[in-house]
Design a protein around this ligand. Sequence first.
Ligand code: TYM
Length: 335
Amino acid sequence: MRVVSGIKPTGNLHLGNYLGAVKQWVTLQDDVVAQGGESMFFIADLHAPTEWIAPAELSSHTLEVAATMIAAGVDPAKSILFNQARVPAHSEMAWLLNTVARVGWLNRMTQFKDKAGKNREGASVGLYDYPVLMAADVLLYNATHVPVGEDQKQHLELARDIATKFNGDYGVDLFTLPAPLISKAAPRIMSLRDASAKMSKSNPSEQSVVKLIDSDDTIADKFRKAKTDPDLLPATVDELGDRAEARNLLTIYAALADSDVATVLGEYGGKGFGAFKPALADLAVAKLGPIRDEMVRLLDDRSAVTAVLRDGAEKARALAAPVLKRTQDAMGLQV
Ligand code: TYM
């Protein structure tokens, strides 16, 4: 079992990143240790500049995201934690896979369409090619499982297509097909202001996104002001129907409490948001506050976080080298 996943350092982490990805990573790392495999979690700093980001911001977010991952429970003694830019094999592998990936496949990627919007001609080539680098990130380590939120599923299907085509074109059995592990509890956490949009680092409304760096008061305030409807909560999940805001807040509560929506409705069914939202705010502060405090403490000594990343990169380079070499050999490259 080889678990690999990453996170882009374009801002500090938010609740969607935590519930959809990092919380799963923390659970998985123990399963992996028990089974004698590896788990590798990285900061996808090479992916970040596909849309302009100031260099000082990128480097400080990289350390902040690393500290947040450690504070949330990613343990450098159990998992390999590194930043992508320190492992040049990611870029080299991406180029090799570029020769196999088809333009038609990339044209179907919905994230590119969303991000480029109407200005496709003005988007960077990196933004278009982003999913191939992502395929390199996982194929380079022969990842068996990739724990991500639902929004990354299409990219992982592309990674599987690229792996299959490479193996077929070169008549080798080189790449493992990575299986996406989509969080059951929180596949897609939505904005607190508009439950039709995903919670995301790029959302312009601060109120819509709970960040792991937010103060207790800010976290509580965002939940208290979250958009809801005027109705009481129902007794069962079926009766929730299309109440997207209610469903989102219940999903967040259940994921934070390691419970499920039916159980939460067992407690809050028949009550209004006036009772539910303060309880959710308290729960979120209780769960997220200690992560923030630990992150701030870790960032007191940035050199210690950097040392963890350097150590992780060394281990990652050692695992990447033989796979990159086999890929080059398969293609007839003399290196
Ligand atoms: P990124 O940085 O956008 O998000 C990191 C992880 O958080 C998940 N996520 C969410 N889950 C639930 N609800 C949400 N609202 C939400 N928003 C984000 C994402 O699905 C992801 O798991 N391309 C990736 C980074 C990456 C990567 C990789 C991931 C680069 N290479 C290789 C896995 C394997 C990204 O931009 O994630």
